[in-house]
Design a protein around this ligand. Sequence first.
Ligand SMILES: [Zn+2]
Length: 221
Amino acid sequence: MSSPFYIYAMMKPYEKLLQNNKAWAEGMVTGNPDYFKQLAGVQTPDFLWIGCSDSRVPANEITGTTPGEIFVHRNVANLVINNDVNLLSVLDYAVNHLKVRHIIVCGHYGCGGIKAAITNHNFNQVLNMWLRNIKDVYRIYRTELDKLDTDEKKANRLTELNVIEQVNNLAKTSIVQKAWKHEQRPHLHGWVYGLNNGLINPVFDMPAGTHIDTLYEYDDL
Ligand SMILES: [Zn+2]
C-alpha cells in the first residue's frame, strides 16, 4: 500500500497543483461554508493591479488581500502600451464596469525585463518589440540614468522611472480621462516591490483629475 505522502511525491508537478487546489478549496469552506457562494455572487474590487508577470510578485499575497479584492493584469515589466488590446480591454472593463477607485502599476527591483532592456542583446523579434518600450523610457531619462555608475543602480532607478511613465501612459488614455471628468476616479499609483525584503516602495501618485501635457488631453469626453 502506498502512503498519501508517497503518492504526492510521485505526482507530476502539474498534478500537485490540482491536489493543492482541492486542499485549498476544502480549507476555505472549513473556515466559512459560504465562502465560494459569497465570492461567486459578485465581483466589486476597488483596485486594478498592473504588475509584472514575474512569478515572485503575486498581487494578492504581497498586499495581504484575498480573491475578489484586486482585478489583475500582468505582463513583462508592467507596461501600459497604447495599442495593447489586452491591456486596454482590462482597463476599460475595470474602469467602466467594475468602477475601480485605484489603479496600481507595480514594478519590482531585479526585473528581468528592465535588465534586458538596458543591454544591447538581440532578443529577436517579439521580445525586442516589447522591450523597445523600456528603452524609450531610458532615453527620456538618459541624463539622470547615465550618471549612475553601475548597471544595478541604473536598472533600479529605471524600474522606478518606468512605473512613473506607465502611470503617465494610463493618464493619456481617454478611458481614464473620461472617468476622471465624470466620476473623479480612479486615482493612479506607481509602486516598486523589493524582491529582497518584500516591501513596496510607493514612488508616484497621480490623483484623479491631474492635468497632463495638454497635447494628450481629449475634449468632448
Ligand atoms: Zn519583472
